[in-house]
Write a protein that binds this ligand. Structure first.
Ligand SMILES: [Zn+2]
Ligand SMILES: [Zn+2]
Length: 697
């Protein structure tokens, strides 16, 4: 015990002797409240704890203050005074929430400064506690804590010219097509009171807890309502005025502690929505659109997988769609989802190449659209021109952009098609017309895009994700932080740039055919000093065949093609001769076999579905289960055939699972999770080391 006491005293003594600067570094790791406690210890500590450099560190770490200013932007005499002013101004709120809200506003303002500075003057200064209380009293609501703090930092937008003037400075942005223009502003408190009173005269909500938070008041009324009690944000559909039809903007499961200041983290839909919005802006998923004198934030996605890209004969076409809830209708028996879409076409600087000839211009003549819903063709449209125009493309010139809209009766939907161009000009054609591909783009990210990525990542062990069968899929399009982390970990696993976004290399990796076994349920050995450069993984709890079981028998399912059997036998022999731990032979009856090998389709009774052609092509279970299944819907061959998987290579991989190996991060290893058609592989040292770790003495 004495020994322990001495140990406990030691750091305090050491602290007394360190210099001011080193002490600052130590205390700055503690945080301000601990620093205040240290200041109480004795006079000398007090001097250090009030040291200006220490307070400048706190001010920067928590509030990103690079100079001592109070919340109103007034300079203070010291960082200590500035930090104190911030703590006092927001003392009624949980401090981590204040830091988080300040962070989201800082990011928004920083993006605006770099990209869209005209919006900055429209942002109002923060509202006071009295003003927030006044709104609560006037509308008889209790605002969620995160929304209160958001408005303490910035009281919405007050464009000088008035919000009904057609100004496109909406912070939330929008889209336009035909005669419709949507541009959403975040409203200031006084407008929230007025608009909420106006709208509740025509809409009879069941409860008075809904208030208008944001809206587009251009030619189209699009309105966002905050449910002050639950903290969810809703957007009105086409039927808003008739039956209060609305859709949630943020997954319910992310909303928590909206009125509870003690149990954090507090997050309501307003905070989550703005965080997601600025994340999309920062990552270039949505961008500024410039057209004539107008600039606005455009909600049409600009990045894969929501935006498609194809280049044919030098003509590049980018296409994406955005869901327009305010034109959608869910009252009818057949729900109508309305989508606005944006087509952006340009000619490469080299000009266009058709049949080996080069032209310095081309002009659009014809369009062909195929609209699909649940992979069925619902519409096939042919017509001259786009929105009445025949765009002329010149090399390296700015994209020609046009918008249109379509409805989809059920999701998931998509559009693909082609444009027919004439080399030269329509009035003076220089060659034969040619077709330009418009690559398939999804209608609504909710189903085909993000939710499929979520499903993929959860299936292979990167994300804990549940699907809620009774909740509208709308929620599933939400790209939350959880998903970003999961994508990063997937990217690290496959040696891609860990961007956290669905960039092209990541999407390409995800669509590669692969083994059905998850990557991340496996235990990664970290014994690098003993086994430098190996990447094999073992399963959690390291399941293995017992010592008495070193001879394993295998049998085939009743419909297993005889022509593939020798390949399977060769795969077993390769494992036997390379590792020496096991011998294998064909079982007398397939029922008595240790390892049962068969072809299967879709759901086949083991809880691990196959997915038809493409995607997962095989899977196997850990010791001592012994089942190995090939997906019968994929194409199989003996040896390297360009259109099929080599059955022996895939068998080598799956036998690795049967023996207790997980996936390897070494690309050449047989235990790497993906494989291409026509690819053949043998065993490498990596899996031999893995097996040695499991069965060696
Ligand atoms: Zn595998
Ligand atoms: Zn199976």
């Amino acid at each position: 015990m004495i020994h322990q006491n001495q140990m406990a005293l030691k750091p305090a003594i050491a602290l007394e002797n360190v210099g001011g600067l080193a002490f600052n570094l130590i205390v700055s790791k503690l945080g301000p409240s601990e620093a205040a406690a240290v200041a109480c210890v004795n006079k000398r500590f007090k001097d250090w704890a009030s040291d200006e450099s220490l307070w400048s560190i706190f001010s920067f770490q928590e509030l990103r203050l690079s100079s001592p200013v109070d919340p109103l932007g007034n300079p203070c005499s010291s960082f200590k005074a500035a930090y104190g002013a911030w703590r006092q101004a927001y003392g009624m709120y949980p401090w981590p929430l204040v830091i988080r809200v300040k962070n989201v506003w800082d990011r928004i303002k920083s993006w605006l400064t770099d990209n869209f500075p005209e919006v900055l003057p429209t942002l109002c200064k923060g509202a006071s506690e009295a003003e927030l209380n006044e709104l609560e009293k006037a509308l008889k609501v209790r605002l969620p804590l995160p929304t209160r703090v958001l408005y303490r930092f910035c009281d919405g937008q007050q464009p000088c010219s008035g919000i009904r003037s057609g100004n496109l400075c909406g912070l939330i942005g929008g889209y336009s097509y035909y005669n419709f223009l949507v541009n959403v502003f975040l409203l200031p408190l006084n407008v929230i009171i007025k608009e909420t009173r106006d709208i509740t005269r025509s809409i009879k909500f069941n409860s008075p807890k809904y208030i208008v938070m944001a809206g587009s008041f251009t030619y189209t009324e699009k309105m966002f309502f905050l449910d002050c009690e639950a903290g969810q944000l809703y957007v009105g559909t086409k039927n808003l005025l008739f039956n209060q039809e609305m859709m949630p903007c943020v997954p319910n499961r992310l909303i928590r502690s909206v009125h509870d200041s003690r149990n954090g983290p507090q997050q309501d839909a307003m905070l989550l929505w703005l965080e997601e919005h600025v994340r999309r802006l920062e990552n270039g998923i949505i961008k500024l659109r410039e057209e004539g004198n107008y600039r606005s934030i455009s909600l049409f996605p600009e990045e894969a997988p929501m935006c498609s890209l194809a280049t044919t004969c030098g003509v590049q076409v980018r296409a994406s769609a955005v869901f327009a809830p305010e034109f959608s209708d869910f009252m009818e028996a057949t729900e109508k989802y309305m989508f606005a879409y944006s087509i952006r076409m340009s000619l490469k600087p080299e000009g266009c190449f058709v049949h080996g000839m080069n032209f310095d211009s081309c002009q659009l003549y014809w369009r062909h659209w195929i609209i699909k819903s649940n992979d069925n063709v619902v519409d096939d449209i042919n017509g001259e021109a786009v929105i009445g125009l025949h765009p002329l493309l010149l090399p390296g010139k700015k994209e020609f952009v046009y918008e249109s809209c379509t409805t989809s009766v059920s999701s998931p939907g998509s559009i693909e098609g082609s444009f027919t161009f004439v080399p030269g000009r329509l009035i003076d054609p220089k060659g034969t017309p040619f077709e330009v591909e418009v690559a398939r783009f999804p209608l609504g990210e909710k189903v085909k895009g993000i939710s499929r990525v979520k499903l993929y990542l959860s299936r292979f062990g990167y994300l804990n994700h549940q699907t809620y069968p009774n909740v509208k899929n709308f929620e599933e399009d939400y790209f939350d932080e959880e998903l970003e982390v999961a994508i990063k970990s997937y990217q690290v696993y496959y040696h891609l740039n860990a961007t956290g976004t669905l960039d092209a290399p990541t999407v390409l990796m995800m669509v590669k055919p692969r083994c059905g076994y998850p990557d991340k349920e496996t235990y990664q050995h970290r014994d690098f000093s003993l086994d430098i450069g190996s990447h094999y993984r073992l399963f959690p709890n390291r399941p293995k065949w017992p010592n008495r079981k070193r001879h394993l028998t295998y049998g085939f399912g009743s419909r297993f093609p005889i022509s593939f059997m020798p390949s399977i036998t060769r795969a077993f022999n390769r494992w036997a001769s390379a590792t020496q731990y096991f011998t294998f032979s064909i079982a007398k009856t397939s029922r008595s076999a240790d390892l049962k090998i068969s072809f299967a389709r879709r759901a086949h009774g083991d809880g691990a579905l196959f997915d038809g052609r493409g995607g997962v092509m095989a899977h196997a279970f850990t010791p001592m289960d012994g089942r190995l299944h090939f997906d019968v819907d994929d194409q199989w061959a003996v040896g390297s055939v360009q259109t099929a998987y080599d059955i022996e290579t895939v068998a080598l991989h799956e036998i690795g699972h049967l023996l207790g190996l997980g996936h390897s991060q070494y690309k050449n290893a047989i235990m790497w999770a993906t494989i291409s058609k026509g690819e053949t592989k043998g065993l490498t040292l990596d899996e031999i080391r893995g097996l040695r770790a499991l069965y060696g003495t």
